[in-house]
Write a protein that binds this ligand. Structure first.
Ligand code: ADP
Length: 405
């Protein structure tokens, strides 16, 4: 029996999301989520796709090991257990791969050590990702485990885009540089955009706008990332659900000296209580649009600041790329909010950018063009699929084929 299935694991600090995918046709066999790990109110929701059966378990799940064991048991009940010979590999999402990991990587002890060394630059994410990998390895020591890094797609950025304008000796000592995140999504969406245009990724330049609760833009030249808006951490760049994105770094000194806030307080303030939420008290674009339509001034200002920043990045990446074939909107806001898409390109006709009102209003799960037929630059909605990208990269690695297109 050939091994054609990949289990994708996304281990967060208190949750594990998973999907089991059959790589012959990309179909989902099972998917689920364990949340509130370590609390009394943990919950596992598991769906077996073939019979549409969704099962829920409530009650304490102490740690990631217990969570993965529970997931393995649920998969086993569907005849899809981790001991199945059809399972080819487990693909793990790892948030920070630094400069070291430029590609999906087969996990061994050295790889684990290196991911561990990156904890100071990714204190919230890498520890949970590591726990997930270690636990999965303990459950199936013989199975290939592949780490797929959020940062990897951005490692092709030239030094001129990746470095901050500070002394390189200090930067290198503390690993301070622009790494970028959401790379798995930017890779997938830029490739799918090329496919939508009927071109090879190497032929097209794409600006990808990943607008979820976290948000980032990237400039992709012939399939390679040449710039992205997130930096050392996911705080830089666009206005996000709860993150400020770009600001003058001196705001931090000011808040400390004049506002009397501690470093940790400012960290929390800028990451968790800023962005759309900080501006108007809501971080969900649906709610913000509803308030805008009712004439709410705070929501209007939040929306305008969000769009202004987005437009600046479109302009910046247009200049970075020189020639742009497509602008692709993705993730929760990008895929669903017609008003955001319309406002983001409004007034950019001079750059060849426009959306067709009717096409923009159409809802759907498929990649689609929303620009007028004669537009110089294609504007597209391209649903992202990070799990599929992780599975594809994992499967390509264990099968010895690097060809993803
Ligand atoms: P993340 O993975 O970063 O948590 P998602 O990509 O799932 O986020 O995006 C979540 C966000 O998408 C929500 O906070 C909300 O602002 C936005 N969103 C989801 N559905 C819609 C919709 N129908 N219209 C507008 N915005 C939406």
């Amino acid at each position: 029996m050939s091994s054609t299935r990949v289990l994708v694991l996304n281990s967060g600090s208190s949750s594990v999301k998973y999907q089991l995918i059959d790589m012959r046709d990309g179909s989902r066999l099972a998917a689920g989520l364990v949340e509130r790990i370590g609390e009394q109110t943990s919950r596992l929701i598991h769906t077996h796709v073939a019979d549409g059966d969704t099962r829920e378990q409530n009650g304490p799940i102490a740690d990631h090991e217990a969570a993965l064991k529970a997931v393995a048991a649920e998969l086993g009940r569907d005849g899809l257990g981790l001991d199945s010979p059809e399972l080819a590999a487990i693909g793990h999402r790892v948030v920070h791969g630094g400069m070291f990991f430029t590609e999906p990587t087969l996990v061994d002890e050295n790889v684990l050590t290196e991911i561990e060394r990156l904890i100071p630059v990714a204190p919230l994410h890498n520890p949970a990702n590591l726990t997930g990998i270690r636990t999965a390895r303990a459950l199936r020591p013989d199975l290939p485990q592949v780490a797929v890094f959020d940062t990897a797609f951005h490692t092709t950025m030239p030094e001129s885009a990746a470095r901050y304008a500070i002394d390189p000796k200090i930067a290198d000592r503390y690993r301070v540089r622009r790494y970028g995140f959401h790379g798995t999504s930017h890779a997938y969406v830029s490739r799918e955009t090329a496919r939508l245009l009927g071109k090879d990724p190497s032929e097209v330049n794409v600006i990808v706008l990943h607008l979820g609760n976290g948000a980032s833009a990237s400039a992709v030249e012939g399939g390679r990332c040449v710039d992205t808006s997130m930096g050392l951490t996911p705080l830089e760049g666009l206005v996000m659900g709860t993150r400020s994105g770009d600001l003058d770094p001196a705001v931090i000194f000011h808040l400390e000296r004049v506002g009397g806030m501690s470093t940790d307080e400012i960290d929390t303030f800028l990451n968790k209580r800023s962005g759309l939420f900080g501006l108007c008290g809501d971080n969900d674009m649906r709610e913000i649009r509803r308030r805008v339509d009712e004439g709410d001034e705070r929501a209007r200002l939040a929306f305008d600041i969000y769009i202004h920043r987005l437009k600046k990045y479109i302009g910046a990446y247009y200049a970075v790329l020189g020639r742009v074939d497509a602008v692709a909107f993705t993730a929760g806001v990008g895929e669903n909010s017609a008003p955001v898409r319309e406002a983001a390109v409004a007034g950019l006709e001079g750059l060849g950018l426009a959306v067709d009102g009717e096409l923009n209003a159409v809802r759907g799960d498929e990649a689609r063009l929303i620009s007028p037929a004669d537009a110089r630059v294609a504007v597209a909605v391209v649903p992202t699929d990070e799990e599929m990208e992780i599975a594809t990269q994992t499967y390509a690695l264990v099968n010895g084929s690097g060809n993803l297109t």
